[in-house]
Design a protein around this ligand. Structure first.
Ligand SMILES: C[S@@+](CC[C@H](N)C(=O)[O-])C[C@H]1O[C@@H](n2cnc3c(N)ncnc32)[C@H](O)[C@@H]1O
Length: 235
């Protein structure tokens, strides 16, 4: 994916992105990343396959977090379903909902067929409009960092409307350290978000504020060798 023109051309305009604070992607391609992917199936299949290839991250997440108290989990923007497949396989009583754009969930063969298919619903939709209701766990892995605070709040508020009052929201991704020291993972991803999207990586305090604004209260941040897990509950 990193060598595909829809990624390296925006990186080539890093300087303009830093100076203007505006995503290079939109200036080059005339639309945001996800609208572009919806209209370019070749790029979309590269992107979706790259997202699906993070299997080592799934074992890291499973080792770091106990999902056993949940009955029903929604993976919001869950791509083709690999993370949900990993979680449902590890917890045989858990029900799952894979939620992503209709064009993306069309490729979710791993949860439509096979051992977890009977426990997994696949729903196509737009998380800016709604999120499937009534679950006690909502996962957003590498989602919030692609959006500015206004758009991120819209997604989180839709999760707040959908989640059970005693539910748990789990944002997974990098959490920037509050220091001027280099942060190789978070810093590089922060620049990736700058060139590709109107998003950014955030510190724990920035996540806390974003979550509070959407009606959640941050309960803890679990750092792992892969993505951090930011746990919150309805306030
Ligand atoms: C960076 S990928 C992360 C995918 C997956 N959660 C993972 O960690 O591998 C962002 C995901 O958000 C989905 N997405 C973008 N805009 C969306 C929207 N408006 N509604 C639902 N899903 C959306 C994309 O299709 C993509 O699968």
């Amino acid at each position: 994916m990193l060598g595909a023109p829809f990624i390296w051309r925006p990186w080539g305009e890093l300087y303009e992105a830093v100076v203007t604070g505006r995503p290079a992607f939109e200036r080059i391609f005339g639309s945001n990343l996800f609208d572009h992917l919806a209209e370019h199936p070749d790029d979309s299949s590269i992107f979706d396959a790259a997202m699906s290839s993070h299997s080592t991250m799934i074992s890291t997440i499973l080792a770091a977090y106990d999902f056993s108290r949940f009955d029903r989990i929604v993976d919001v923007g869950g791509g083709r379903g690999e993370l949900l497949l990993g979680i449902l396989s590890a917890y045989p009583k858990l029900q799952g909902v894979l939620y992503d754009l209709p064009t993306v969930v069309a490729g979710a063969a791993v949860v439509r067929t096979g051992p977890v298919a009977s426990r997994c619903e696949v729903v196509g939709g737009d998380f800016f409009k709604r999120v499937p209701e009534g679950a006690d766990a909502y996962v957003l892995k590498q989602i919030i960092h692609s959006w500015n605070d206004e758009d991120a709040s819209r997604i989180l508020k839709n999760c707040r409307r959908a989640i059970k009052n005693d539910g748990t929201l789990l944002i997974m991704g990098d959490v920037l350290r509050q220091s001027s020291k280099p942060d190789p993972n978070g810093g590089l991803m922060d620049m990736m978000m700058l060139v590709l999207s109107p998003g950014q990586e955030r510190t724990e305090e920035e996540y806390r504020a974003l979550l509070e604004h959407a009606g959640f209260s941050l309960t803890r941040v679990i750092r792992t060798p892969g993505p951090s897990i930011i746990e919150s509950r309805p306030a």
